[in-house]
Design a protein around this ligand. Structure first.
Ligand SMILES: [Zn+2]
Length: 60
């Protein structure tokens, strides 16, 4: 499940939220409870990215 980073335009705080789909409703700011939140572009978009350190690991 991807984690989306949001920033509140009301109190300018940053918070993260787990969302199944990117088209979900905008979350409410946990700090001030405002709906004026906008999505931020996080450094890590997907969790299952290339892991640091090469080597084939056996899955299973
Ligand atoms: Zn806020």
């Amino acid at each position: 499940m991807p984690i989306f980073e949001y920033s509140c335009t009301d109190c300018s705080c940053h918070f993260e939220k787990l969302q199944k789909h990117s088209t979900e409703e905008k979350p409410v700011c946990p700090a001030c409870g405002s709906w004026e939140t906008k999505k931020e572009f996080s450094a890590f978009s997907s969790v299952n990215s290339s892991a640091p350190g090469d080597g084939c690991y056996s899955g299973g």
